[in-house]
Design a binder for this molecule. Sequence first.
Ligand code: NI
Length: 168
Amino acid sequence: MQKLVIMDDPVLRQTARPVSDFTSPALRVLSETMLAVMRHEHGVGLAAPQIGVSLRMIVYELSEEIERDGQTISMIPTTILVNPSFTPLSDDKAVGWEGCLSIPGYRGRVERWLHIRYSAQDLNGNVITGDAHGFHSRIIQHETDHLNGILYIDKSIEIEEIIQKRSE
Ligand code: NI
């Protein structure tokens, strides 16, 4: 299994390069590796720099309904976004808890845009766009930040350690 890159690794602070070659099979392999690592680590999203690849690709999925910040979050289908960008659809923001697979053991409250319109490319280079709200919107913003060398702890208004329950 490909190793996750943890907080102090410089690749997490680099601006990732745009993907320009959509003919290389390596792109699909990268997306499959990212999904495998994300699922293995029980994450909901992952950016390529988190496995040491400084390219603009993010993946995410929410395979079951969850409770977060007192709200029920619906499932989100498996999504691969290449060269993603977004613009807010309103001035509304929301504060919510986030974690990051590259910062194990912590979580933080972060203010994000509530509604965004995103634009990206799929693995074939076709342009895809969509609107995202709430937690879905938060994931895209968190993962896109990774492509610009930004971690949630840079923006968090409160960070706390997660007390791990040990099973012995
Ligand atoms: Ni993260």
